[in-house]
Design a protein. Structure first.
Ligand SMILES: [Zn+2]
Ligand SMILES: [Zn+2]
Length: 136
């Protein structure tokens, strides 16, 4: 199955074939500030088959282990559509699950940084829960 993520205004799209290799919900402070909501959902795919359209700007920050996370966002509407972890997952692309706007999208396999989780947020049954991050 091929899915297409797109930003709020539609200028940036990412088409990815196949199923995500893993999906996370992340409650970390950075994801809360980055998305403006209580947690972020990301799905990781092989970057090989990904088709990206539209210009993006990037914001790079260091992760817990000092590795870079590169966030690509639409300069027109600001949606953060996709991201890379080049040192850790060099052949993969992370895509914001919300940008697929697909209620049938698979549930997250893991829940990260639970110590920052808004206490009313329910985690799906079967999702592996971590107080902080995981080593990939
Ligand atoms: Zn946009
Ligand atoms: Zn996070």
């Amino acid at each position: 199955m091929t899915r297409t993520a797109r930003c709020h205004c539609g200028a940036v799209t990412v088409e990815v074939p196949g199923e995500p290799q893993f999906t996370f919900m992340c409650h970390c402070e950075f994801c809360q500030r980055r998305t403006g909501t209580s947690y972020h959902l990301d799905a990781w795919f092989s970057s090989e088959g990904a088709i990206i359209t539209g210009e993006t700007r990037t914001y790079t920050r260091s992760g817990d282990r000092g590795d870079s996370l590169v966030f690509h966002f639409c300069p027109n509407c600001g949606s953060n559509v996709y991201f890379y972890l080049p040192a850790v997952l060099p052949d993969m692309i992370g895509v914001a699950v919300g940008c697929f706007a697909d209620p049938g999208f698979p549930a997250p396999q893991a829940s990260l940084y639970e110590y920052r989780r808004h206490r009313w947020v329910e985690v799906p049954a079967g999702t592996v829960r971590h107080e902080r991050g995981v080593t990939l």
